[in-house]
Design a protein around this ligand. Structure first.
Ligand code: ZN
Length: 172
């Protein structure tokens, strides 16, 4: 029999409502007015500093967490920026600031870059996550907690109310 109000632990699927603000109080991201964010606890699906603080919390618990860059999206590396010619992207591809690409790194490790600026002849790409170097202020309320299914544990992520859907596999 399932516990009436299980605590968050590794292998639990958790949904949270959250608002993320920066140091100045500007809202960066929020689940208000949308479905809560669903994730599999203990698998690094969300930033580590927030995941750690959610451990042992229960439905209805609310918490405010300030996550330092090292436990969030990493320190900002000033050498992470570089210019590439506009024609290194397909001509018909609509480029937008903030778009994310994954390519292969030096050692065949997949690595992700973001478009930071677009000029007529070149594009500035940045290996830093847009939130690198920032302290993340999360205001979180636990919405639901349930044990993960075997399939979710095998995949290392939650599958949610829409069945097997990898669309939600892109984590912020
Ligand atoms: Zn899956």
């Amino acid at each position: 029999m399932a516990l009436p109000n299980p605590a968050i632990a590794d292998g639990m699927v958790v949904t949270i409502h959250y608002t993320l603000t920066d140091d100045s109080g500007t809202v960066i991201d929020s689940s208000q007015g949308a479905d809560p964010l669903e994730y599999l606890h203990g698998h690094g699906n969300i930033v580590i500093g927030l995941e750690r603080e959610l451990t042992a919390k229960k439905v209805g618990d609310a918490l405010k967490v300030a996550v330092a860059p090292k436990d969030g999206y990493g320190e900002h590396n000033p050498l992470g920026r570089g210019k590439v010619p506009r024609d290194s992207f397909p001509k018909d591809m609509e480029l937008e600031v903030g778009m994310q690409f994954s390519g292969e790194g030096d050692k065949d490790e997949p690595h992700v870059v973001w478009i930071a600026e677009i000029a007529p002849d070149h594009v500035v790409i940045d290996q830093n996550h847009p939130l690198a170097g920032k302290t993340l202020h999360f205001d979180v309320k636990v919405d639901s907690v349930r044990p993960a299914t075997k399939e979710e544990l095998e995949h290392g992520h939650a599958h949610g109310a829409h069945g097997h859907d990898h669309e939600h596999g892109h984590h912020h």
